[in-house]
Design a protein around this ligand. Sequence first.
Ligand SMILES: *Cc1c(COP(=O)(O)O)cnc(C)c1O
Length: 401
Amino acid sequence: MKEKNNSQVRVLTQPEDIQKEEAMYKMMTPGPTMVAPSVLEARSRVFGNPDTDTDFCEEYHRVCRELAELLHTKNEVYILGGEGILALEAACASLTEQGDKVLVIDNGIFGKGFADFVKLYGGEPELYTVDGHQPVEVEPLRRFLEKHHDYKYATVVHCDTPSGVLNDISVICPLLKEYGILTVVDAVASMFGEEVRVDDWQIDIVCGGSQKALSAPPGLAFVSVSEAAVTAMEKRKTPIASFYCNLLTFQNYYRDKWFPYTMPISDIYGLAEAVRLVKEDTGRLDRHQTIAAAVRKTVEKAGLRRYLKEGDASTVTVIRVPEGLTDQAVIDTMREQYGILISGSFDVLAGKVLRLGHMGYNANIEDVAQMLGALTKTLEKLGFSCKCDMEEGFQKFAKIR
Ligand SMILES: *Cc1c(COP(=O)(O)O)cnc(C)c1O
């Protein structure tokens, strides 16, 4: 067993323990996020056999329809038993055949990462790599596509979380579709904190996950799949080289009341509650924008430098690690002394930036103010003097609209 370094494992035996239990720290990471107590409770509900219980199949179907509604699509939505990455891999596994050319739009770590999935399933990824400090520019992409458009599908990330950049998929996807290129979008870290309109924007497969702005615990992925994408899967000459990642296996689940594998029913109960909360929270997109704008202004006023030139998503703010400090010292001090967890980044951004999450359940003024207050004190302690108290600054900026 992995050893825990900051808390003892607690065993919960009574339902009331769940409410009494205190969080180890406030998780202000760009996923996973804190989750509402009612989501935790829903996951502890008594459950039946998801393979045979038709009530469960109805509930699964209802949650899928609600997700579809929130994503503005008439396409089928499936919840998959696995973390967000499963949605990305399943999209590539289901579409890719040996030798297929795939355009991988890359201005970030997740963007580039799609190439690995394409290769794994025998495809030939062609990277369209552009500056990662800003969103993909549409005009150069348009000019590129005029000359190169012989692709079965293209992949693009909406919010590339390691840098926080938000790409304009409302323009990019319709542009790709002009050339008959199917569109696969990783919207794991944006959806429900940013508008995602699957049908209007012509997204053939959109990928989402439970632990970002939907604010359920990690463990579930979901996809919406267009008719064009299904046709492409059905017209394959070779079978899909995976069972777990084969999106066609879900096709008739509702008619047949049959799932390709036993569904993680407790996770789906939690997800259902998280979806209900998101649906009820009609002001959430505006709130994400207000908070994100205020965080950006605040960190700059304090003398910190943002990673991006422009085009930040409303779900996360990425700042450079101040000179002389390390990301780990900031993260550890904040967690140990103030009980708030933020995150560093990985791959080429490892050690260079800090990521402040403000998505989903965490996108509220109190929690974000508290995070920024703790960050101010942490930086001061470590020898970086902020030009303002970020807690106060943020509260002021978040009020002016
Ligand atoms: C979180 C996230 C995923 C899911 O992957 P994990 O790194 O395993 O959490 C996929 N894409 C993006 C853009 C994400 O932010």
